[in-house]
Write a new protein. Sequence first.
Length: 284
Amino acid sequence: MLSQAMWSTQQALHGKNNAALPAILVGAASLLLIGCHAVDEQGGDPTKTFLALVIVQMLPLVFLEMKILSCPDPISMLSRFGTKVLLMHAAFLVLRVCTWPLLEVGMGVCNVIGLLCACAALHFGFCFRFFMSASWKQNFDVCGLIALAAAAAVVTELLDFNSPYAMLERTIFTASSYIEILAFMPAVWMVHQEAKKNDDLLDGPAPDTEKQAAFFFSFLVAFYILEDVISAFRIADIVPLAAGGHVVHFLLLLDFACYMLAHIYNPDKLQGRLLRWLPDQLWV
C-alpha cells in the first residue's frame, strides 16, 4: 500500500519528465538569488552567497534524478554510493560537533543527533565497520574528497583578509560547508560512470536494498528537516529569502527521496522500463 502510494505520488509529480520538478525548484532558488541581488544596495550581503551555495548543492540531486535510471542496474546504485554519501555527511557533522564550544554551525544539539543517526545508518544499514581498515579502504575516495574540501577551505580563508573571526573558526566553518556541498558528489560520479556502460545487471550477491534505502532516506529526510525546515522557521522573520532557500532545498531533497523510494519499492515497474531498453534479439 505504501509503495503504491509512493509510486503514484512520484508519477503525479514527475509524469513523463523526470527533470521538470527539479528544474522548477532550482529555478525558484535562482529567483530568490536574483531577488536578493536586486535588494542588496550596498553589496556584500551574505544571503547571496548562501543562496548561491544552495543552488550548487541542489545540482547533484537534479543530476541523480535525471540519470540514475540510465544505469545498467539502477536499484543497486544506492548500495554502492549510499555509504559514501553518509560518510560525507558524518564528516561535516564531526567538524560541527568538535567545534561546538568555539563556533556553532546550525544547531549544536541537532548536529550531535545527526552525527549519531548517520553513524547508525552506516552501521546498521550498510554494515560499515568503523574500526576495520577494510571499510575505510573501500571508501578511500571519500577521504580524498574531504581532504580536498579542507584544503580549499584553508585557501579560501587565507585569501579573506577582512573577516573579523579567528582563522581556525573560519576554516572549520568553511570546510564544513564545502564538505556538505560535495556530499552527493560520490553518487554523481558513480552514476555518471555507470550510465556510460552498456553492461547487463551487476553480478554478485544482491544487497538488501530496501533496508539500506530505509536507513539512508530516514537519515537524510530527518536531518534536513532539522537543517532546513526548522532553520527556515527560525530565520523567516529575519532573512526571509534565506528561509526560502532552505525550503526549496528541502523540497528537492524530499522529491529525490520519494523518487528513489518509489522505484526501489516498485521493482516490477522498474523492471518493465529496463526490459524496454534490452535489444530486440533478447526477446527471441
